[in-house]
Design a protein around this ligand. Structure first.
Ligand SMILES: CC(C)(COP(=O)(O)OP(=O)(O)OC[C@H]1O[C@@H](n2cnc3c(N)ncnc32)[C@H](O)[C@@H]1OP(=O)(O)O)[C@@H](O)C(=O)NCCC(=O)NCCS
Length: 165
């Protein structure tokens, strides 16, 4: 059987339900177990379809990875610089989908805003993957203002080399 090709495209408001379903399913499995119970519930409550749609309307950039008509992953950037969501469906982990989504999201932000510094707050289970993507921790694991336990991380792009005349 022919292999299904991964396609990445920008999200639009009518994708909000599919995004919410994927993000909440992956969060329940991988993030909630490392959080205090109230923080896990609060996190899930901020990931519903209405909240995702609102973020799209507010200009957050959603990059969606599709395998056929199945949503396999999502990356969301706020202000072309802060990665607020990076989720890949559990059955698709370890296939390079997060790396491809991140590359696409970063290139889009660089093109739109010339971004040099990217930031995120990593869940415990995602720290090793972000290190592989080039992020470094900028502080210890800590509770964010909304009570979620995360590690602040950043990636600085190297300055572009100018060709000598
Ligand atoms: C973190 C996550 C997005 C990674 O997605 P993925 O598609 O499996 O990642 P990739 O296959 O693209 O891997 C990217 C790199 O990270 C590495 N990596 C991925 N998961 C890893 C792990 N658990 N431990 C160590 N390295 C890991 C890969 O080896 C790869 O590095 P390489 O290309 O240099 O070999 C995915 O595991 C996930 O959705 N986790 C749960 C949700 C979550 O915590 N999201 C982050 C919220 S802050």
């Amino acid at each position: 059987m022919a292999e299904v090709v991964l396609r990445i495209r920008l999200g639009r408001p009518d994708d909000a339900r599919a995004v919410a379903a994927l993000v909440r399913r992956v969060t329940r499995r991988w993030i909630v177990p490392d959080q205090p119970p109230e923080a896990g519930l609060a996190l899930l409550s901020r990931q519903g379809a209405a909240a995702q749609r609102l973020r799209m309307q507010e200009g957050h950039r959603f990059h969606l990875a599709w395998l056929g008509d199945t949503l396999a992953g999502v990356a969301t950037l706020r202000d072309d610089s802060h990665l607020t969501q990076l989720f890949v469906g559990t059955r698709y982990h370890g296939r390079g989908i997060a790396r491809r989504l991140w590359r696409r999201a970063m290139a889009d932000a660089v093109r739109r805003a010339g971004t040099r510094r990217f930031t995120l707050n990593a869940s415990r289970c995602a720290v090793p993957a972000y290190l592989r993507l080039g992020f470094v921790a900028t502080g210890p694991e800590q509770f964010s203002p909304n009570g979620v336990l995360t590690t602040p991380m950043a990636l600085e792009r190297a300055p572009e080399r100018r060709e000598r005349a």
